[in-house]
Design a protein around this ligand. Structure first.
Ligand code: GLY
Ligand code: MN
Ligand code: MN
Length: 461
């Protein structure tokens, strides 16, 4: 946990945004895998962590704005809990570290909310994503789960605080990035022809655990880099292919790293691999160089698309006017997703609060229909203190190439005959994490090897 004053300050800043009402925070439960006492590893809700820091299942909290009260609802260990789990730090003590002095039994949440409803008081809550919290809200408010309406002012107030990272958060994210970088170096050195993808994925999980970290998402470790969120891990590392490793650790405080490197299974890049890699690297560098406060992140995305088109034109896969090609979304044959997202306590930070509030503004809402842009999670002006990823890529998806070709789509911009030669190439992504500073940006962490020669040197070390 951070210091008591951190949580008190955060709650104070939040409560300053409200004149009256009750803010209701719901922590997470331990979700069963196949029966109740066999749960998935527990992960506290990130907003709960941000304002209270207490990592314990089945907690709720309220901030009563009118009465100036903060209460955590949760149960101390029973003798049965102690028999099975041992004596753990008391909830009272954990809450004290967060500056909360009032802890009540969990069941009292019901009478507190029922009483507030009877007084017609305004009760704000955030969008629930765990089914248990949907059921809880439905029980607390006597409504159907389809009638749950999260509070937009509450969402906006939380986003405004969490999106600009404090110094101590940046240190924590940087710690995650540095461990993640070392994890990637280990994987780049370890990969050998004949191994299975899961050998690398397992080594990554062990590296994170040995570093007293979790993983901030299931690692994507695959020779089929074009499958954007591939979790199949039984392919063999075969000479001639590249391996894409998108993985990141989560620190004990809950902060994420999110890094991708793609490298050849041989010790050196082939000439074709070099050509595609260099295009992605140039798009990465052109995009990162634009990062600064005030710039709309959508421009970073469009810069990546523009650079990719330029490179693909040089290689003969695309043709025509670059600007027009991007305007027509022709690049989405090769770059089907967004160029990045915010990162913090969640790898896709605050995605549970809704992209329209986290990544976009009311003036410029998200394009939810256009292929490519509909997958861009961030499209609003950057501010000092934001932490974002930059992650351009080129992905040859055989089924998509066949589909577009059969539809004769974007014939003015795509040389399908040439694309056929690359159809089974796979995919390359390069991803790093950046802090937006007053004057521009800072790469977080100690800089993981990225150029062709740097990667080849690591492969051979
Ligand atoms: N690791 C998922 C992503 O890069 O967004
Ligand atoms: Mn990633
Ligand atoms: Mn990412």
């Amino acid at each position: 946990m951070f210091s008591e004053s951190t949580y008190i300050r955060r709650r104070q800043l939040l409560s300053n945004q409200f004149k009256s009402g009750i803010l209701l925070f719901l922590g997470n439960i331990e979700n069963p895998i196949n029966f109740e006492h066999n749960p998935y590893p527990f992960r506290q809700d990130s907003t709960f962590l941000y304002f209270f820091g207490v990592q314990q299942a089945q907690l709720a909290a309220i901030m009563d704005i009118d009465e100036g009260k903060t209460i955590v609802f949760g149960n101390e260990s029973s003798i049965d809990d102690i028999i099975w789990m041992g004596q753990l730090e008391s909830l009272q003590d954990k809450c004290l570290k967060s500056g909360v002095r009032e802890v009540r039994p969990y069941q009292e949440l019901f009478s507190y909310i029922t009483h507030a409803i009877s007084l017609k008081r305004e009760i704000h809550y955030l969008p629930p994503y765990q089914p248990s919290n949907k059921i809880l809200l439905s029980q607390l408010f006597g409504i159907n789960t389809t009638e749950i309406r999260a509070s937009v002012p509450f969402i906006k107030a939380v986003v405004a605080l969490r999106e600009r990272k404090e110094e101590l958060e940046i240190r924590e994210i940087e710690k995650a990035v540095n461990i993640t970088n070392d994890m990637h170096r280990m994987a780049i050195r370890m990969a050998q022809p004949g191994m299975k993808e899961y050998h690398l994925a397992n080594a990554i999980q062990k590296f994170a655990a040995d570093s007293e970290c979790g993983l901030s998402y299931p690692p994507i470790v695959t020779v089929r880099g074009e499958v954007l969120h591939n979790h199949f891990r039984s392919n063999t590392l075969e000479v001639g292919k590249m391996i894409l490793n998108d993985s990141g650790v989560e620190t004990s405080e809950g902060y994420a790293g999110d890094i991708t490197r793609t490298f050849p299974i041989e010790k050196t890049f082939s000439s074709v691999q070099k050509e595609i890699y260099q295009i992605v690297l140039q798009a990465f560098e052109a995009s990162q160089s634009l990062l600064k406060p005030g710039l709309n992140y959508k421009q970073i995305h469009l810069q990546a698309a523009t650079s990719l088109v330029e490179g693909l034109k040089d290689l003969g896969l695309m043709k025509g006017n670059t600007e027009e090609a991007v305007r027509n979304h022709s690049h989405t044959l090769f770059f089907q997703c967004g160029v990045g997202h915010m990162m913090g306590l969640d790898v896709h930070d605050m995605e549970d609060l809704g992209e329209q509030y986290v990544g976009y503004t009311a003036d410029e809402p998200k394009d939810t229909h256009t292929f490519g842009l509909k997958s861009l999670r961030l499209g609003k002006p950057l501010q000092e203190g934001f932490v974002v990823t930059v992650e351009p890529g080129i992905y040859f998806i055989p089924e998509l190439i066949d589909l577009w070709k059969s539809e004769k789509k974007n014939l003015d911009f795509i040389n399908y005959d040439k694309v056929e030669e690359f159809k089974h190439f796979g995919g390359i992504r390069i991803e790093d994490n950046f802090l937006i500073t007053a004057s521009g940006y800072r790469l977080l962490g100690n800089g993981l090897e990225k150029t062709i020669s740097e990667i080849e040197n690591l492969r051979q070390s």
